[in-house]
Design a binder for this molecule. Structure first.
Ligand SMILES: [Fe+2]
Length: 349
């Protein structure tokens, strides 16, 4: 009997090992599991008495881990092999609730752990200190503004200090796992440099319903050296800011959404999709040419590409309306596509 059990156990172990190998291989092939749980730079009890050890452990190893696992599940199929950065995913998160919640959860908590320290720098210096004084009159007033926003946030969410698309510091509180990278906050978009988690899971074990006490205490462990680094990195990251501005350029987004489905079939000699969508494409091209180009993207190259796209779209519409020959349609489409490719190349997206 014992021998039989030993054999069965050994077989089970072999099956488990095989399954593990199989899952690892599948994940490697699909490019999934690209995001990992960051290790904390300090022990779970290192932020005591301001944040207790049990809260830190559950928050990091359970809550953050769950966001991460769900994010990897959500992205394993849709983004297989793309290896997009978390910032890129969040900027264009429109209509993807799973990535918004779980990608936001992963990005936000990663930033949160990083700006906390048991041996924090107690105040910012240099350019960040100047900008805080300019926008909020003082560091104390910034803290008060953030605490007020945190208290006002109904239900779960975060309070953010971020650099907006005009390059200025701004404070905003957003619900759930939303952050200023996403298109969820109207004009309030930019790169976060400091975030405070006001979900109950961040403080309830120690502070229960007293969110205000948690908000007062947390400033004792906010490391301004880390926030200064986030500020400098964000200022230097022109490409990321450009992507945020580009995503906020509704007319471009609308044109792209309408136009891109016709590219592949038309290039392959199938004109049905183009004929079906041409009126909409021409309409969106006209709206695009009249739209306000975001500040960081404004220049003569972009403007001339936009009027060329409008011109070629109208021409294409006319040719299709008059049922002209397909080789004529193809020639004009190629012109339109060339202009579009030039524009996209220039915008670096
Ligand atoms: Fe949290």
């Amino acid at each position: 009997m014992d021998v039989k059990i030993k054999i069965i156990n050994r077989l089970n172990m072999q099956i488990l090992k095989f399954n593990f190998l199989l899952v690892t291989l599948i994940m490697a092939n699909t490019g999934s599991a690209q995001f990992v749980l960051p290790e904390l730079k300090y022990a779970y009890d290192a932020l005591e008495p301001h944040i207790d050890a049990m809260t830190m452990e559950i928050h990091h190893s359970k809550h953050h881990k769950a966001y991460l696992d769900n994010l990897n599940k959500a992205t394993s199929l849709a983004d297989a092999g793309k290896q997009r950065s978390i910032e890129d995913m969040l900027i264009s998160v429109e209509n993807n609730k799973s990535v918004e919640n779980n990608g936001g959860g992963h990005y936000n908590h990663t930033l949160f752990w990083n700006i906390l320290s048991p041996t924090p720098k107690i105040a910012p210096e240099g350019e960040l200190a100047n900008e805080i004084n300019k926008s909020f009159t003082s560091l104390d007033n910034l803290k008060k503004t953030m605490n007020d926003e945190g208290l006002k946030r109904f239900g779960s969410g975060w309070v953010w200090l971020f650099i907006n698309t005009s390059g200025q510091l701004e404070v905003a509180s957003l619900p759930n796992q939303d952050n200023p990278l996403m298109d969820v906050a109207g004009s309030k978009r930019g790169i976060p440099i400091l975030g405070i988690d006001v979900w109950e899971h961040a403080y309830y074990l120690k502070y229960q319903n007293k969110r205000g006490d948690f908000l007062t205490a947390i400033w004792n462990v906010v490391d301004w050296a880390a926030v200064e680094k986030n500020y400098t990195d964000a200022k230097a990251n022109k490409l990321l800011m450009k992507k945020i501005e580009l995503d906020g350029w509704t007319a471009f987004r609308e044109f792209k959404k309408t136009y891109t489905p016709v590219i592949f079939p038309t290039q392959a000699g199938q004109y049905d999709e183009l004929k079906y969508r041409i009126n909409d494409v021409a309409l969106k091209a006209e709206a695009l040419s009249k739209s306000n180009i975001p500040a960081s993207l404004q220049n003569s190259t972009v403007r001339s590409r936009l009027s060329a796209i409008k011109k070629e779209s109208s021409k294409l519409q006319e040719l299709i309306e008059k049922k002209k020959k397909e080789d004529q349609i193809k020639k004009t489409f190629d012109e339109l596509q060339r202009e579009y490719e030039e524009l996209v190349k220039f915008l670096a997206v």
